[in-house]
Unconditional design. Structure first.
Lengths: 219, 166
């Protein structure tokens, strides 16, 4: 990995994600720190990145590297953790049953990823699908269900839905800019994950295939 | 370019950026003026608009409190000057003060402004040298605002109507 990518591109991308994903746009802009559960999910996500080979920590921190290079590596790792926590917090609904179910779903998905140990490409694809789905759920589906600014019919349907679900589904109304901001933050985050220093690709063949052909022939 | 130069520059820029983001999370600025003013005050380069402050003081002494607050807000757009925030709090106190009852909403805003002034003052101690004011320290003003917001038996004392505004 080039020093420019490690020292400049990755930290700036990840820190930008940490900033954008924390922005809560309402009547005013507030920067919201991640929840405790988001920190847990972020830890699982970083571990999954390491186990899949999407991130090789030895290429960021190692005794053979110079102190300056190791400092760059520490910045990348800290920024990666902060960005992961903020992205997961951003994509989680704010209240009610959606908050509970999305938290559980993300936890189970990450746990499953840790156990399945997919390779780098599969993990990145899986993350893109997971984060994209969470984005659509929160900023398209739940936002539409919770938006009272439509016509009379829309307001009646929302009121009936709210009553039928005891108000446990609808969320606080979000600014239209929130969805765009979340989309760009998620896109930058996924791009940054693809740029992380990866481990050497694992062989997809079994142990027998790696042995010399003549070693299998009985003497 | 030399690798060490790239790495050193990257480290410096990243740390600076991370510090700025950390500051944004802690201070929660609401406007661009607050962002630029906050960053300027971090390096000791923040100054209020003196002309607007003098306008505010003139309105304040004429008891035109809304006008005074507008001028003070213009003078200290980043809300980083303790003295200006003190005058804003004082204007809320004077406007909200009543012989029979106080305006709780104005007193609450005054309390928020004086808390901001105390937080901005070095060591939390703020004394304003103004002979027209009966309360010259932020602590006195804060105490008066808090007493105004508290419900107690003394509020029903009829002799209360003889007290005077400070």
């Amino acid at each position: 990995m080039s020093p420019g990518r490690e020292a400049i591109v990755l930290p700036l991308l990840l820190l930008t994600v940490a900033l954008l994903a924390g922005a809560d746009i309402g009547t005013s802009v507030a920067l919201v720190p991640p929840s405790l559960f988001s920190l847990v999910l972020a830890t699982m996500l970083v571990v999954a990145l390491v186990r899949s080979g999407a991130l090789d920590p030895l290429r960021l921190l190692h005794g053979s590297r110079s102190p300056l290079a190791n400092a760059n590596g520490v910045v990348v790792l800290v920024a990666l953790f902060a960005a992961s926590a903020q992205v997961l917090a951003m994509l989680t609904p704010r209240s009610g049953l959606p908050l509970f179910f999305v938290d559980v779903l993300l936890f189970v998905l990450l746990l499953n990823t840790l156990v399945a140990e997919p390779d780098r490409v599969r993990l990145l694809r899986s993350l893109a699908v997971t984060l994209g789905s969470a984005l659509i759920l929160k900023f398209v589906v739940l936002a539409a269900v919770s938006n009272p600014s439509g016509g009379r019919m829309s307001r009646v349907v929302i009121a009936l839905f709210d009553a039928a679900t005891f108000g446990s589904i609808t969320q606080e109304v979000q600014s239209p800019a929130s969805g765009y901001l979340a989309f760009f933050a998620t896109a930058i985050y996924l791009a940054a994950l693809a740029l992380l220093p990866a481990a050497a690709p694992r062989s997809t063949h079994g142990g027998l295939a790696r042995r010399a052909p003549d070693a299998l022939v009985p003497r | 370019m030399n690798d060490s130069v790239v790495r050193g520059a990257g480290l410096g820029v990243s740390l600076l950026y991370a510090t700025a983001i950390g500051w944004l999370y802690v201070s929660q600025p609401q406007t661009v003026a607050q962002v630029t003013g906050g960053l300027a005050s971090m390096v000791g380069a923040y100054e209020i608009d003196r002309q607007a402050f003098d306008d505010g003081l003139r309105f304040f002494r004429r008891e035109q409190y809304s006008e005074a607050r507008a001028a003070f807000a213009r003078a200290d757009s980043a809300e980083r000057d303790a003295r200006t925030q003190f005058y804003i709090a004082y204007s809320y106190y004077r406007e909200g003060w009543g012989r029979v009852y106080n305006d709780d909403a104005l007193f609450a805003r005054g309390l928020a402004a004086v808390d901001k002034a105390i937080a901005l003052a070095p060591g939390g101690r703020l004394v304003v040298d103004d002979v027209d004011l009966q309360m010259r320290s932020a602590d006195e003003l804060r105490g008066e605002l808090q007493r105004g917001l508290t419900r107690e038996a003394a509020d029903f004392n009829p002799l209360k109507v003889f007290r005077s505004r400070k």
